[in-house]
Design a protein around this ligand. Structure first.
Ligand SMILES: [Zn+2]
Length: 418
């Protein structure tokens, strides 16, 4: 992005901030270091969806990661699809990462081999320190990889799935109703009643909190009002084997999710909510959250992704509910245009203690966190620069806002060390 002088100066100031990365799926570093990597690792995450939509078959996609096939041949398969997707925001994060870490001005037939070699050389212990700390100036990244065992580094802070989305739910959906051992310490207790199930959920939440988790993640699916009697009979129909699985949605899920939010609130944990875009996103409208927001006024809801494509609906959650924060994680690589529009409108609408600026939302390709962050800084600088030029705020005031969004708000919301 070509930046104006003011935008460039703001970007420079933003790069000096030590920030909180408000959402990742990064595994422990040892998992990344153990993985085979090459240039296609940079295309192993969201770009995968763009490649599929551009016409790449699943077999072709899987072939990219078959390291028995020479790189040149894999590149020849990849290249026509890459030319179709290279202008999208997802691709830009890969291009920025390849340039910053592997010295490549472009990802193409001429550079693919050299990027791969450089990536393999760099894939050693310390890569998280190098990417997250040194290149990104990240203090800690809130990461969801299904585990609280992140290798003991302060660079990663766990957020865990709500238990209904974890094995317990699947275990419950199948006889003999033994909860997964990951639910609680000590020997697994049989789940014979709805109360046993809720006890298991409570033990799970307490355990992951004790292990350092600061939030529980759920999806903004449609939930009906929780009814204990209906949840109980749904549980009983599973337990007795009358049905093998419950349809989705169902009253047991609605009740357990509601109870889990209450438990998270009691234990002072954040409820993280994926809203919008993913698969059949009709089931992920941010407005589905309103009954839960109303029923749990003391809970703290971190609304992810600004609900794309329901940006205004998500902004209105931030406008109308004291228990809502709006998290711009993932947004800058969905579309920089959207992220800038949403941020600009959010400044008009929402109190400034309620915005979180950034979450890379990556797993294996940690380098792309940097690419995403560069894009986020550009978006934020452009929005703030326009307000400064319009005479609405001074440089100092603009930077104070950015500091809130990048650091102070996530620290306050997640009760992180100041
Ligand atoms: Zn995510």
């Amino acid at each position: 992005m070509k930046l104006s002088k003011l935008e460039a100066a703001l970007v420079e100031e933003l790069a000096r901030l030590e920030i909180i990365d408000c959402h990742e799926h990064l595994p422990p570093e040892k998992t990344r270091v153990a993985a085979q990597v090459d240039v296609f690792t940079l295309f192993s995450h969201y770009t995968r969806h763009d490649l599929a939509v551009a016409g790449m078959s699943e077999v072709q996609y899987q072939g990219l990661y078959n390291r028995d096939i020479p790189l040149g041949r894999r590149w020849a398969i990849f290249e026509p699809f890459w030319e179709r997707i290279r202008w999208a925001s997802y691709a830009r994060a890969a291009l920025l990462a390849a340039k910053r870490f592997y010295g490549a001005d472009d990802i193409n037939a001429q550079t693919a081999e050299a990027i791969s070699e450089a990536m393999q050389k760099a894939n050693t212990p310390g890569i998280y320190e190098q990417v997250l700390r040194e290149a990104c100036n990240i203090r800690t990244a809130l990461t969801q990889c299904g585990s609280t065992d992140l290798g003991g580094t302060p660079l990663l802070t766990p957020v865990m799935p709500m238990v209904h989305e974890l094995e317990a739910w699947q275990a419950l959906s199948r006889p003999p109703f033994e909860p997964s051992t990951s639910l609680g310490p000590g020997p697994a207790a049989a789940v014979r009643s709805l109360d046993d199930y809720l006890d298991a959920v409570r033990r799970y939440v307490a355990r992951v909190k004790a292990e350092g988790a600061v939030g529980l993640k759920m999806m903004s699916n449609p939930y009906k009002d929780p009814r204990r009697d209906e949840a109980s009979s749904a549980f009983e129909s599973l337990r007795s084997g009358a049905v093998a699985r419950l349809p989705v949605p169902n009253p047991l899920r609605d009740y357990v999710v509601d109870q889990t939010i209450a438990i998270a609130t009691e234990l002072d944990m954040v409820v993280c909510v994926h809203t919008g875009y993913w698969g059949d996103f009709r089931t992920l409208d941010p407005l589905h959250m309103i009954p839960l927001l109303q029923r749990h006024p003391r809970a703290r809801f971190d609304i992810y992704h600004v609900g794309y494509p329901w940006m205004r609906e998500a902004l209105m959650l931030g406008k109308g509910f004291a228990n809502v924060w709006l998290n711009f994680c993932w947004t800058h690589i969905i579309s920089q245009k959207f992220a800038m529009d949403a941020l600009d409108e959010a400044i008009d609408l929402v109190p400034m203690n309620k915005l979180l600026a950034f979450g890379g939302d990556y797993a294996t390709p940690v380098e792309k966190v940097y690419g995403h962050l560069v894009m986020a800084r550009e978006d934020i600088a452009r929005v703030l620069a326009r307000r400064i030029e319009d005479g609405q705020m001074t440089d100092t005031q603009a930077l104070a806002l950015a500091r809130k969004w990048f650091v102070e708000n996530p620290v306050a919301l997640y009760r992180l060390e100041p």
